[in-house]
Every structure is written in structure tokens, then in C-alpha cells.
Design a protein around this ligand. Structure first.
Ligand code: SF4
Length: 407
């Protein structure tokens, strides 16, 4: 299917989730294997039940305990009485002609909180690699100046079920009408790079990532699960101690003065500290041959961070940090204060980095017909938070000022 589909045609895979969650029941969707094993032990059951149930939930997309055929009827009844499997409700989905898929989820108890998730297939005709960009918070407190999500302000953290539920729904979207026995997981890669700063919602994000890595759930390899941070330095160290996944840094500027402006958390954790933390992360996890570099995300803003001098500064900054650099053409959103760098400028920037020996890619602009940049679709569906209001007022005031000065 490649046509737009609105709330009225919410994915059948998540139809059951439109029902309000029962307060008394335990939602098993976001429980790690360890938590689920404890849960079954407390019920007087054997630990291996956890793996069995996880497979039904995450690999076959089953939410009805009655369908879990390798579990006794008695236990199925107990589970149905005490538990539920509820993913966030899909309120909008949109499938692009190029294969990109995007969902807007309602999370929480009817407080209007929305998050979005984007699936981008590889541009290699086979479409075998499918990368899902997952949100970790409703909105974001960090207010990066080029980011649509930042303009919406922070509302709340997502729970483990709301985080892993995004992956669950994305996989489900390929399972519709497929018999249970023939179902396979379609999403091959995950990047924690959607709305929010994942390291500021640490425990739920780690719980969800542990499910991504777990063979009884999604069984992804460590190099296919990437956490992207804007640079919360102490939490990078904590991450290194906690779980082994790939690390990406939303860098976007090669010097502190510019990064203070684009990524304000830089004022707290400047570049020198950030690069050192990334080096420590590799030193901790880098013994694995798959963990030899970090990914550097660098959005290309016309005339702001895309000049030859910036490329030179970037080379110097990354000299001692094994990195792959991903240049991201900026995807403008309404009232954005920046424009996208020209193709020639991006190519020249890439050449400087590649000539110096860095692997440097340019992200394909995909899903342009569905506003694939982080936070844009939610911004359209419900752009109503206070910061959004302040932002709109500021833009209106600027327009008034321009009109006034122009006489
Ligand atoms: S770029 Fe990431 S960290 Fe910055 S405001 Fe947007 S969501 Fe938050």
C-alpha cells in the first residue's frame, strides 16, 4: 500500500490498542526478559515461559493470549485475567511512494500526547534493509534551533512499552493478512533518533533496546541498534556501562560558538567533553570488531555550518575519533530559521571529508511527500504546546516588525 491513510483507517494491526488500557492489568509489551521471568516466577510458573510469551508478542505480533498455543489453557486464562499487550494507538499513518512509512501515535491517558515514528527502506531496489527511527520522549526539552521537535517543547518521557511499541507496530504493518506461522520481522535496523533525547529517558530506552537485542524478541545485532544523542556526556558513560549498542552523535557544528547556537546543550557539555566521552564509549565497547566507530550526524544548513572552513574544523575535531560522518540535507519546516544547503555545497563538504580519509555519506532525502524530518508530522497533527505558541508569536512579531520597518 502506498497511499495516504488517515485516522479513520487506522492500521488493523493496532486496532486492538484503541481500547483504553485497564489500570489493573500488567502490560507485557515493554517488559524485558528479566522482568518477565520474575513475573512468571512470582506467579509460580517456570522462567522459560517468559521466552515463550515474548516470541508470541514480538515475533508473531500476537496480542490474544488464547492464540499462544504452546501455553496451557489454565495459564492462558490467568494471563488474560491479569495481563494485556497494548501498543500505542496509531492515530495517523502515511505510506510514501518511495517505501517510507510514518506513524503518529497517541500515548498516555488521553492528554493529547503524540509521537511519531518513521521507517526508511534502503534505496537499493531490494528494500531489504528497513531502518526505523524511534521516538523516546513526547517533544524535547533541548530546543535545538534547527529542530521541529524542539519547537514543540517537552511534554513527557515514553514508557518502555511506548518505545518498543513503535517497533512492534512497524513490524505488524508488514504482517497484515500473513498467517501467524509465516510471520517474520521486517524491520532490520533501529535508530533512537526520533523525537526526544534518548539519554534523558535512560531506563525505559535501555529496557526497549534490550528487547531489540533479545533473541526471544527482535534478535537484532548490536550494530543494527543505534542510539543517537545530542551530547549528554555523563549519560554516554552510563550507557557504555549498561548496554552495547552503536552510538551516534548529533554534532551539527564543528566549533563551540556555533554549536552553542544550534545545539544548546553544548553550553553545558562542550565539544572537548563530548569527543572525549565518545572516545571512552569506543574504548569501553570497541573491543568488538563491530564497535570501531561512532556515527557523526551533521545537518547541512545553508550558509550556517556548510562552508569550507567548517569542513576543515570538523576534520580537526574528529582527528582522534574513529567516525563515519552522515551529512543530512536540512528538511525545512514551517517558520524554520534555516534553509537547506545546495547540492553542490553538500558535495564539496563531503569531498573534503572523504579526501581526508573519512567515510562520509549524504543521507538520501526520503519521504519528502510525508514530511519525514523528525517532529514535522506531529507538528502538523497537534502543534499546540506552549513553546509552539511562543514560537508562532515570535515569528508573527518578526513579520510585524518587518512590515513596520518597510513602512
Ligand atoms: S535535535 Fe534531538 S535533542 Fe535536539 S531538540 Fe530535536 S529531538 Fe531534541
Amino acid at each position: 500500500m502506498n497511499s495516504a491513510t488517515s485516522a479513520s483507517a487506522t492500521a488493523s494491526a493496532s486496532r486492538s490498542h484503541a481500547q483504553p488500557a485497564s489500570v489493573e492489568k500488567v502490560n507485557l509489551l515493554g517488559m524485558t526478559r528479566q522482568a518477565l521471568e520474575q513475573f512468571f516466577e512470582q506467579m509460580g510458573e517456570r522462567k522459560f515461559r517468559a521466552g515463550q510469551v515474548m516470541k508470541w508478542i514480538h515475533q508473531y505480533g500476537v496480542t490474544d493470549f488464547e492464540q499462544m498455543s504452546n501455553i496451557s489453557g489454565k495459564l492462558r486464562s490467568q494471563l488474560a485475567e491479569k495481563c494485556e499487550i497494548i501498543a500505542p494507538e496509531v492515530v495517523h499513518r502515511h505510506y510514501s511512494k518511495d517505501g517510507t512509512r510514518k506513524w503518529v501515535f497517541r500515548v498516555g491517558d488521553g492528554d493529547g500526547s503524540l509521537v511519531e515514528t518513521v521507517l526508511i527502506p534502503a534505496d537499493d531496489k531490494t528494500g531489504a534493509r528497513k531502518t526505523l527511527c524511534i521516538s523516546s520522549q513526547v517533544g524535547c526539552a533541548l530546543d535545538c534551533s534547527f529542530c521541529s521537535t524542539g519547537k514543540q517543547g517537552f511534554q513527557r518521557d515514553l514508557t518502555p512499552a511506548e518505545i518498543i511499541g513503535q517497533l512492534w507496530v512497524a513490524n505488524q504493518s508488514y504482517m497484515e493478512d500473513v498467517p501467524i506461522a509465516e510471520r517474520t520481522r521486517s524491520v532490520t535496523n533501529v535508530v533512537m533518533m526520533g523525537m526526544g533525547e534518548p539519554l534523558l529517558n535512560f531506563e525505559p530506552v535501555v529496557a526497549a533496546m534490550s528487547l531489540m537485542l533479545d533473541d526471544f524478541a527482535y534478535g537484532m545485532s548490536k550494530r543494527r541498534v543505534t542510539l543517537s544523542t545530542s551530547g549528554v556526556v555523563p549519560m554516554i558513560d552510563k550507557l557504555a556501562e549498561t548496554i552495547d549498542v552503536a552510538l551516534a552523535i548529533s554534532l551539527h557544528a564543528p566549533n563551540d560558538a556555533l554549536r552553542d547556537e544550534l545545539v544548546p546543550i553544548n553550553k553545558k557539555y562542550p565539544l572537548e567533553q563530548l569527543i572525549a566521552a565518545a572516545q571512552r564509549y569506543l574504548a569501553k565497547n570497541g573491543s568488538d570488531s563491530q564497535r570501531k566507530h561512532v556515527t557523526i550526524e551533521y545537518v547541512m544548513l545553508d550558509g550556517v555550518n556548510d562552508q569550507a572552513e567548517h569542513a576543515q574544523q570538523l576534520l580537526k575535531l574528529l582527528k582522534n575519533l574513529p567516525s563515519k560522518i552522515n551529512l543530512i540535507p536540512f528538511n525545512p519546516f514551517p517558520h524554520a530559521p534555516y534553509g537547506r544547503s545546495s547540492r553542490n555545497r553538500i558535495m564539496a563538504f563531503q569531498k573534503t571529508l572523504s579526501d581526508a580519509g573519512f567515510v562520509c555519506t549524504i543521507r538520501q532525502t526520503r519521504g519528502d511527500d510525508i514530511d519525514a524530518a523528525c517532529g514535522q508530522l506531529v507538528g502538523q497533527v497537534a502543534d499546540r504546546t506552549r513553546r509552539a505558541e511562543r514560537w508562532k508569536k515570535k515569528v508573527a512579531d518578526q513579520h510585524s516588525e518587518i512590515l513596520r520597518t518597510q513602512g
